[in-house]
Design a protein. Structure first.
Length: 284
């Protein structure tokens, strides 16, 4: 762990959920937190809560560049850690995803993270230390029906991050993945908006299944067992930031541990049967 004055961290996606909880939790722990959000009104709200907030839209390279420049200008060109978190879920059957919709999912959940990370790696290399923590998902380990776009972004993120960890060995930069299962957040409401905007539900061969998907997304209560508050991710993030030997992967929630184990012991067909059963159960 670096001296306290070095404990600066940039977090993306802080308007709500995991990013919001981690920004406040780390600030209370003594970190200097740069909390970023896409919407100006969220940046203003975060600033009013005492965070050093700035605008960063993962789809906009100009805001990524500006956010990095602003952070480094306030820290004399140093940064201890980056927590990539901002993302959304595009729901829809794979055959109903247009190229543009799939590209948009990857722009936010993968390519924006990649650009931001690559802008900060030279800073960490120069100072000889740093932590990069990527907030992946249980759907970076396995898949579920009607989550193809999100799954593609998280599977790609996992592969890119594993490769990055190998390439940064010996540099002093530690790289970790956090893989949450169901966490209380606004992601279901945001998913519904994207689903309505981008999927032609009535002309799809999956229209009957989509009715069940809509019903699930509109439920206000947690629809899955073992759902945890976002502070569960904060606990693992602290370990990834402070341990002398951070883990390559951190599971969060019982389903992530369960599916991590099932993926190792079941055949592909066996795992498919389990995943189909879960998808069918969620539709009822």
């Amino acid at each position: 762990m670096q001296p306290e004055e070095m404990r600066t961290i940039l977090i993306t996606g802080c308007s709500s959920g995991i990013g919001y909880a981690c920004a406040h939790g780390l600030r209370e722990r003594g970190y200097r937190v740069f909390a970023s959000a896409r919407k100006p009104e969220d940046v203003e709200r975060l600033s009013s809560e005492g965070l050093e907030a700035l605008r960063l839209d993962l789809d906009d390279p100009a805001t990524i560049r500006d956010a990095v420049d602003r952070v480094l200008s306030r820290t004399q060109g140093q940064l201890y850690a980056l927590f990539n978190n901002g993302a959304y879920t595009q729901v829809g059957a794979v055959e109903d995803l247009s190229r543009a919709v799939l590209r948009a999912q990857l722009e936010t959940n993968l390519l924006g993270w990649h650009e931001l990370t690559c802008r900060l790696i030279p800073i960490m290399r120069h100072q000889g230390y740093g932590r990069i923590v990527q907030n992946s998902s249980i759907l970076g380990l396995t898949t579920l029906a009607y989550r193809g776009a999100y799954v593609a972004s998280k599977f790609a993120l996992e592969g890119l991050t594993d490769t990055l960890r190998l390439e940064l060995a010996g540099s002093g930069i530690q790289v970790s993945l956090i893989e949450p299962g169901p966490i209380k957040s606004r992601i279901r409401a945001n998913s519904y908006e994207k689903f309505r905007a981008h999927i032609d539900r009535e002309h799809s061969p999956h229209r009957e299944q989509y009715r069940a998907v809509e019903k699930r997304l509109l439920r206000e209560r947690a629809v899955q067992p073992f759902t945890l508050p976002p502070q569960a991710v904060l606990k693992k993030l602290i370990h990834a930031l402070e341990s002398p030997r951070p883990k390559p992967r951190y599971y969060v929630t019982v389903p992530t541990y369960l599916f991590g184990g099932l993926r190792r012991v079941l055949s592909s067909r066996g795992l498919d049967r389990v995943l189909r059963w879960i998808s069918d159960s969620g539709s009822r």
